[in-house]
Design a binder for this molecule. Structure first.
Ligand code: DC
Length: 220
């Protein structure tokens, strides 16, 4: 049976994961966060102090996997659930850097395609509509201004003990955007057939509704 695949790409902090989770819960689709896979690879590389030239051969032992627990995605390194450990600014930066390495992208490619072949999914990332699922039924490019994205991340982190200042978050976002958009392989860009949704002035609820409208108009 043909599965329905919805690709959502866009820069860091555009609200992709929160919004994609809301939309997939409403449509009864599985939500796949591909950034978590890149973060898990980055954690593996960081924890094991692997030099760039050794990454390709060491990935054979990495054992990165996706599992679904009560409908929610968890990421594993071997048998260790690292879903929380990967959510640090250091791993964000490391993931942005290591995701530019072709061997890292090749390593995660089949994991992503397989889950899309077997399930109705909403998958978010940077190159889902352009590279991973070029034939996705619906493609959305979700964005917001860098200042608004930094503002949202600041509010999220404000409850944590070592929250960085707003200026540092904004600087990190601008640097990550640059790295993600200028790498040679699978750079972040809007697919030609993707619908642009700008959430700068939209609430989460309004953003989710905008996406559901796009999906309904494309899938009937
Ligand atoms: O979405 P995120 O912030 O969790 O992603 C972390 C990094 O992983 C991001 O800076 C770029 C990379 N990434 C990627 O290259 N391709 C994807 N499909 C998803 C994420």
């Amino acid at each position: 049976m043909k599965t329905i695949n919805i690709a959502i790409d866009g820069p860091a902090g555009a609200g992709k994961s929160t919004i994609a989770k809301m939309v997939s819960a409403r449509l009864g689709y599985i939500y796949v966060d591909t950034g978590a896979l890149y973060r898990t690879v980055a954690l593996y590389i960081t924890e094991n102090n692997i030099a760039d030239e050794d990454i390709e051969k060491s990935l054979a032992d990495a054992d990165v996997s996706l599992r679904f627990v009560d409908g929610a995605q968890r990421v594993f390194l071997g048998d260790r659930d690292v879903s929380e450990l990967i959510r640090t600014p250091a791993i964000s930066m490391a993931a942005s850097r290591t995701s530019a390495i072709p061997a890292v992208r090749a390593y995660l490619f089949e994991t992503q395609q397989k889950i899309a072949r077997e399930n109705n999914i909403i998958m978010d990332g940077r190159d889902i509509g352009t590279v991973v699922l070029p034939n996705a039924d619906v493609k959305i490019f979700l964005t917001a201004s860098a200042e608004e994205r930094a503002n949202r991340r600041y509010k999220e982190l404000a409850e944590k003990p070592d929250c960085p200042p707003y200026e540092e978050i904004l600087k990190d976002i601008i640097q990550r955007d640059y790295q993600d958009m200028h790498r040679e392989i699978a750079p972040l860009r809007q697919a030609e057939d993707a619908v642009l949704v700008d959430t700068t002035k939209l609430s989460l609820e309004e953003s989710a509704e905008a996406i559901i409208r796009v999906i309904e108009s494309k899938t009937g």
